[in-house]
Design a protein around this ligand. Structure first.
Ligand SMILES: *Cc1c(COP(=O)(O)O)cnc(C)c1O
Length: 533
């Protein structure tokens, strides 16, 4: 008889339950290796001991048990998100000392278990605190493999399979952006991806800069970005010699989107001073409010004044995969010269995984190539276009592709689309819940992304009219309620001020673990912890 997937799962579950009963909490559990193995040392493992097969396998299997228990706890709604300790207390609970003589294997396993005991479970369904969170198991499996393969991504020679995966995945992402051809690279985070865009833009406009430095410019370069942009954009100006005064902040509207008429006014103002506006950063999904700058009108201004258009979609990029949410947010994205897109945010790829894409091919290489003779020989056995290492300003590069490729294999484009739609639906559900519990919560704005900004209203403020006085009081509640959450350990939601308002909560839906009952839990828990404030 044919069985359904659920039948199989239920059968497996009762089998597992029968084996283990209720799972023991990591905190109470001893990860005791066989005594003989436990007292051995690293010198009894490969490669120090050529016959270390049994000891190595015993130790790794024990470690795997620790890791799998952490995965169970991360997904167990009855487990806490964190066991908060102040730094001075934490120091007493851990043994962080570097010993003269190396410690036995059992101690290393105990160290691993203790480390995870006090680690925040960022993949827990009640963790709403960060843009990069969740624990995607396929991506995690990929990261395990990556660590085991332990290679460097600079040449095909030593990473043949991973280099080809990089080329296939990045080409697919450019196709999703809407380009034919182009070039891309993975970078250590969105901040560095934005830096690559800046470098390529300057190189494109002033090819001599690479050799001549400032002398190649003639006049002051100026870049533009909204006042809601990620701070890494401004740091490009500091790092690349423009100075932050020449990273012009364009005002944003109530929703946090760049005001395009202001952009044009500020461009003209700088041109009138004899300066060279050359780069505009358009944010697709701002870090705090999740706002999307209007791409098409910004692209028109870039065309008119001959400026490079960079889109920082580090945060919002995942929504390119959703037919439902891509428009109008990303309408016009194909007009960009470069796009930053972090799979380690909305797509749930394990940290870190960030990509930068260029419409023009060849720019990355001509901008960053230094032709180190000992790595990038021109007379190699194979087609050296696969030696990607000379496109970047790093030398060694971590393998960030395998876990993303494996995730794409597991989900397919349809699975990723469903994933993005689910995150947006959770944000929409929270908005709906906040609206129905108007007395307890105040929604600050209609979100465009999965950032939901709101205030919690304790009992004593529920009848007060919503004005500046009440906002000032609500803002004071945020750090106190956050502290209570952390001490209770039951959930985490972030708060911050912005330039239009004092402290407010910003809940993030970036973890595939979150379901509607977790959203309900968040609101109920805030009210449980905060109503007397
Ligand atoms: C998070 C973020 C970045 C920075 O990415 P990292 O990977 O943390 O360096 C850049 N831009 C935006 C809009 C972001 O939200």
């Amino acid at each position: 008889m044919l069985r359904t997937v659920d039948d199989v799962k239920n059968q497996l579950k009762s089998f597992v339950d029968g084996l283990t009963g209720t799972p023991e909490k990591m905190a109470d559990k001893k990860y005791q290796m066989d005594k003989k193995v436990g007292t051995l040392k690293y010198t009894d493992l490969y490669p120090h001991d050529r016959n270390g097969a049994v000891v190595t396998e015993t130790m790794l299997k024990q470690l795997t048990d620790v890791l799998i228990d952490f995965v169970h706890e991360t997904n167990d709604r009855k487990c806490k998100v964190l066991d908060f300790q102040h730094p001075e207390e934490m120091k007493k609970l851990l043994d962080l000392d570097i010993p003269e003589e190396g410690l036995p294997l059992q101690t290393l396993i105990d160290d691993c278990a203790l480390t995870l005991k006090y680690q925040v479970r960022t993949g827990h369904p009640h963790f709403f605190n960060q843009l990069s969170c969740g624990l995607d198991l396929v991506s995690m499996a990929g990261e395990w493999l990556t660590a085991t393969a332990n290679t460097n991504m600079f040449t095909y020679e030593i990473a043949p399979v991973f280099i080809l995966m990089e080329s296939v995945v990045l080409a697919k992402m450019r196709e999703i952006i809407g380009w034919n051809g182009g070039d891309s690279i993975l970078a250590p985070g969105g901040s560095i991806s934005n830096l690559y865009a800046f470098l390529a833009a300057r190189h494109h406009m002033f090819p001599n800069y690479k050799e001549k430095g400032q002398a190649a410019l003639g006049a002051q370069l100026v870049m533009f970005t909204s006042d809601q942009c990620h701070y890494s954009v401004k740091s490009c100006a500091a790092v690349c010699g423009l100075g932050t005064d020449n990273c012009v902040e364009v005002p944003s509207d109530e929703q946090g989107r760049m005001i395009v008429s202001e952009l044009e006014r500020l461009v003209k103002e700088r041109k009138a001073k004899g300066q060279i506006p050359f780069f505009v950063n358009c944010t697709s999904g701002t870090t705090v409010l999740g706002a999307f700058d209007p791409i098409n009108p910004i692209a028109d201004i870039c065309q008119k004044y001959n400026m490079w258009l960079h889109i920082d979609a580090a945060w919002g990029g995942g929504l390119l995969l959703s037919k439902k949410y891509r428009h109008p947010r990303f309408s016009g994205v194909e007009r960009a010269d470069s796009v930053t897109w972090n799979p380690h945010k909305l797509m749930g790829t394990l940290l870190q995984c960030s990509t930068i894409h260029f419409k023009l091919d060849g720019l990355l290489l001509s901008c960053n190539q230094m032709s180190a003779d000992y790595l990038f020989m021109q007379d190699k056995l194979y087609d050296i276009k696969y030696d990607t290492g000379d496109k970047v300003i790093q030398c060694g590069r971590h393998n960030d592709i395998f876990k993303l490729w494996l995730q794409f294999r597991a989900k397919g484009l349809n699975g990723f689309e469903a994933h993005m739609d689910h995150l947006m639906e959770m944000a929409e559900y929270l908005v709906e819940r906040i609206r129905t519990e108007k007395d307890k919560f105040h929604l600050i704005l209609e979100p465009e992304c999965v950032n939901v900004s709101f205030w919690y209203i304790p009992k004593r403020l529920r009848t007060m009219p919503h004005n500046q006085n009440r906002i000032a009081e609500l803002a004071k509640i945020c750090p106190i309620l956050k502290a209570r959450m952390m001490e209770a350990g039951t959930m985490m939601v972030g708060y911050q001020p912005d330039d239009k308002r004092p402290n407010f909560f910003r809940s993030i839906f970036s973890s595939a673990a979150v379901q509607k009952d977790d959203v309900d839990f968040m609101l109920n828990e805030m009210d449980r912890l905060g109503q007397d404030l």
